[in-house]
Design a protein around this ligand. Structure first.
Ligand SMILES: [Fe+2]
Length: 365
């Protein structure tokens, strides 16, 4: 019997890492100093916080002490990049003369949390973060890390991936070493999220559930996570009385569902859109998803209803000005996503998703 360990074989047994410690509830962020007191004796703490929290006041509430480092990360212009992570790592080692932190904390949406995950790995692994993009390439155990989501949907808080963009690819460090050791989920932190951003990031979550549950890599664990995540997302975005508590849990379960299954055609194609056209992940997924009814016939009509109920208008003709070379980069990016595409379409996915088919789908977007 084969054992499935995220190396791509057909497996009957799976070994899944889960987040070992979750702190959930309104007001938990105020308890952060107490939680950190358990780690203080082991050294200093690094905080990565999304720059949006200069405005919300969260930056001022960070319980940093004298030796700690606080990085305010600008996530407006781009999603996390390999060069950015390498520079942060080098800067920290220089400032602290090689002394490693006791804990790294990411506070924000997927980007700030992904940066914290990547730096935790890169502080103990040599070379560029580019070397670890792929499946199970991380050699050394990372620094302990904690995620505090302030935007819900990407599922970064529960996933075993750390998505980074390099010049020619957007790709995850897919590894158990990418997973957080602690996640603090305080639904109060979602109160200031603008509605549009909440929708697009929330749809990332909905799509995780859809792709995980429709893919052949799904098992009973993943299916249970995906089902509950989709149900909570539906409650929120079909306007059935869903709350920020629901969205926060949906995001976590959506991340866990992908960890226990795989993404699918939407993510495989949306990475190309983000890489070449710079659209952020949630919006890029939406641009792709609405054209994929043939692959997800049950869920795309629900998505259209959600767009309508939430007064969201997606941009049209985003690929209109894409030239031949750029289309080649987008197609190549899609072809790199063999695992999600195998899960979604089977071993012979290249016969279904031919280069012509990919180009024709992109052309519709
Ligand atoms: Fe995603």
């Amino acid at each position: 019997m084969a054992v499935l360990d995220h190396k791509g074989d057909k497996l009957d047994i799976r070994i899944m890492k889960q987040v070992p410690k979750v702190i959930f509830g309104r007001g938990s962020f105020k308890k952060l100093p107490e939680v950190l007191s358990d780690y203080r004796s082991d050294g200093y703490i690094i905080f990565f916080v999304d720059h949006a929290h200069k405005k919300t006041g969260i930056v001022d509430q960070i319980p940093a002490e004298k030796d700690d480092l606080v990085f305010v990360i600008d996530t407006t212009s781009h999603e996390p990049k390999t060069d950015q992570v390498d520079e942060l790592r080098d800067g920290i080692l220089k400032t602290k003369k090689g002394n490693l932190p006791a804990l790294i904390i990411g506070i924000g949406g997927g980007s700030a949390m992904d940066i914290s995950k990547a730096v935790s790995i890169m502080l103990t692994n040599e070379g560029s973060s580019k070397l670890y993009q792929g499946w199970d390439l991380v050699k050394n155990a990372p620094i302990r890390k904690m995620g505090i989501p302030t935007l819900s949907g990407a599922g970064t808080e529960a996933s075993r991936t750390t998505v980074l963009s390099a010049v020619d690819k957007k790709y995850g460090i897919n590894s158990d070493q990418s997973m957080f050791d602690i996640v603090m989920m305080d639904p109060d932190l979602l109160d200031n999220v603008p509605e549009g951003q909440k929708f697009f990031t929330g749809m990332d979550c909905f799509i995780h559930g859809v792709e995980a549950s429709e893919g052949s890599y799904i098992n009973t664990f993943g299916s249970a996570y995906a089902k509950q995540s989709i149900e909570l997302c539906t409650k929120v975005f079909m306007k059935q009385g869903g709350t920020n508590d629901d969205l926060m849990v949906a995001s976590f379960l959506g991340g866990a569902s992908v960890t226990n299954s795989e993404a699918g055609v939407v993510h495989a194609m949306s990475y190309g859109i983000s890489l070449v056209l710079g659209y952020r992940h949630g919006l890029a997924n939406c641009i792709v998803f609405r054209q994929l009814e043939e692959f997800y016939p049950k869920h795309v009509p629900v998505f259209f209803k959600m767009l309508e109920l939430n007064n969201i208008k997606l941009p049209d003709g985003v690929t209109k000005k894409v030239n031949k070379e750029e289309m080649a980069v987008m197609t190549k990016m899609t072809y790199r996503m063999a695992r999600p595409l195998t899960s979604a379409l089977g071993e012979n996915w290249k016969d279904i998703l031919t280069e012509e088919k990919i180009a024709s789908l992109y052309a519709k977007m």
